[in-house]
Design a protein around this ligand. Structure first.
Ligand SMILES: [Fe+2]
Length: 463
């Protein structure tokens, strides 16, 4: 093709994508349907065969370093066994761990038996099989432990948020499972089942969601964070204990990081240090979450875990109209520390769309100096919103116009992302929209580690 025609074509494409001030507001065209939840008789919600068969199986990291796994599942008819039988691939020696079960009531709903069993002292980088249940209702799964914590260990995280249980949710999960980048664990950025969309927060939708995602989370850990749809606060019906269904169903290893609440905690995994925060718990000065984080950040040893990642449901930077500035109080409180400790990236959800910022901070402002514009900051995190899992509330299309300078790329489409750590200096990030082929990257970004790399990454270009 004639070179000038190519340049003309590229110019037209870039012109269509780029707004006058900020980065890219994608003009990708998509259907405007709000997706309904899948009916309860959908195959993705099928109850496994056999009396009292374990269902809703899910695993997450069970200690601070990655040698532990918490296995959780539900038995519907009677408590049954809380035992996990497990063995390393190519070995005959079967081991057992015994957990416990809990139940809870939510207004007129009584939960099934929710089992949690922590397996500890596993070998790193090893495939394990595990079995739950008894007799002909025994079910077998497997997982692979992460490599030993170390500075140059490659590892790939998937990123999924605000998933829900619609047909779009199913597309997102399928897309993640089929992505050739092969996420080894998911950082889940909050808002799981959307059961609270139903009258009296019908907790049967917590059960159906557990069955829906089992096909992934029984085989690789999802690292949980809580969103606003986990609050389940219904005091007029006697349900005044926030996060009750979530905290009974989703155990996390919070005590291993000195936390006093499952809503904020940390783990090390491969070359990453993951800090999970709670947007909907008290976080002001002197609160337990604040005290824990102030104690936690200085502990992070970037020589051991170069990649410092924060997960919190509500984004600190988002240029969509819906939920605009909801994260502002938390930004005022914590952004200064994210810059001070060179957090590489903050992953959030909540806004049902996709957005990636440049490296920006807005910490110079006090109430008198007027310095209140976000500016490029080579020590600041990139903020990424992946609230685009596909829940029944639909996508958010309305954007702040013109696109603010801090916003590098934004698009209201369903999808997921992957964060692929190569070594201590470099990680490759990509966002995948559901409508594309599995290997297509609708947005991507090379991360240069803030602690180990002195050269700024490409995000400086637009400032
Ligand atoms: Fe949310």
């Amino acid at each position: 093709m004639n070179r000038h025609i190519v340049y003309l074509f590229l110019g037209l494409v870039l012109g269509a994508l780029r707004s006058s001030n900020g980065g890219i507001s994608s003009r990708y065209s998509r259907s405007n349907d709000i997706s309904a939840d899948m009916p309860l008789n959908s195959d993705v919600f099928a109850v496994p065969p056999g009396y009292n068969a374990p269902q809703q199986v899910h695993i997450t990291q069970g200690d601070h370093e990655g040698r532990g796994v918490i296995v959780s599942w539900v038995t519907p008819n009677e408590p049954g066994s809380s035992k996990v039988t497990y063995w390393a691939e190519n070995t005959q020696l079967k081991k057992h761990a015994v957990g416990k079960f809990v139940t809870y009531k939510y207004y007129n709903y009584s939960s099934p038996y929710i089992h949690h069993c922590t397996i500890k002292n596993l070998k790193y980088n090893t495939k394990y099989f595990y079995e739950l249940g008894t007799g002909n209702a025994t079910r077998q799964f497997w997982f692979t432990t992460p490599p030993e914590v170390g500075p140059d260990v490659p590892y790939t995280f998937g990123l999924i948020g605000d998933l829900g249980q619609t047909f779009d949710s199913n597309r997102t999960l399928t897309h993640y499972e089929s992505n050739p980048a092969k996420g080894q664990a998911v950082l889940f950025v909050g808002d799981l089942s959307y059961a609270d969309a139903y009258p009296l927060h019908d907790n049967n939708r917590w059960d159906s969601w557990g069955r829906f995602v089992e096909r992934s989370v029984a085989y690789q850990p999802w690292i949980w964070s809580a969103g606003n749809h986990e609050i389940d606060f219904l005091p007029e019906y006697g349900e005044g204990e926030p996060f009750k269904p979530y905290t009974h169903r989703y155990y996390v290893p919070y005590e291993a990081s000195g936390s006093t609440s499952p809503l904020w905690y940390s783990i090390k995994r491969a070359s990453a240090y993951i800090i999970v925060m709670s947007s909907y718990s008290a976080y002001g000065m002197y609160t337990p979450q604040y005290k824990w984080l102030m104690n936690e950040l200085p502990k992070v040893n970037r020589t051991e875990t170069p990649w410092l990642i924060v997960v919190m449901h509500c984004p600190l930077y988002s240029s969509y109209v819906h939920h605009y500035m909801e994260g502002e109080t938390m930004r005022v409180m914590y952004e200064q520390y994210f810059v001070q400790y060179k957090v590489d990236v903050v992953f959030s959800g909540h806004v049902h769309a996709y957005e990636r910022t440049d490296r920006v901070s807005n910490i110079a402002y006090n109430i008198e100096n007027g310095l209140c514009n976000p500016k490029y900051d080579g020590s600041a995190p990139v903020y990424i919103t992946v609230g685009d899992g596909g829940n029944q509330e639909g996508l958010l299309y309305e954007m702040v116009d013109p696109q603010p300078k801090y916003s590098a790329f934004r698009e209201p489409s369903y999808g997921h992302a992957t964060f692929e750590i190569k070594n201590r200096t470099t990680a490759y990030y990509a966002w995948h929209r559901n409508q594309d082929g599995y290997s297509v990257e609708a947005d991507s970004f090379w991360f240069h580690n803030l602690y180990w790399t002195s050269t700024s990454d490409s995000s400086a270009a637009s400032f």
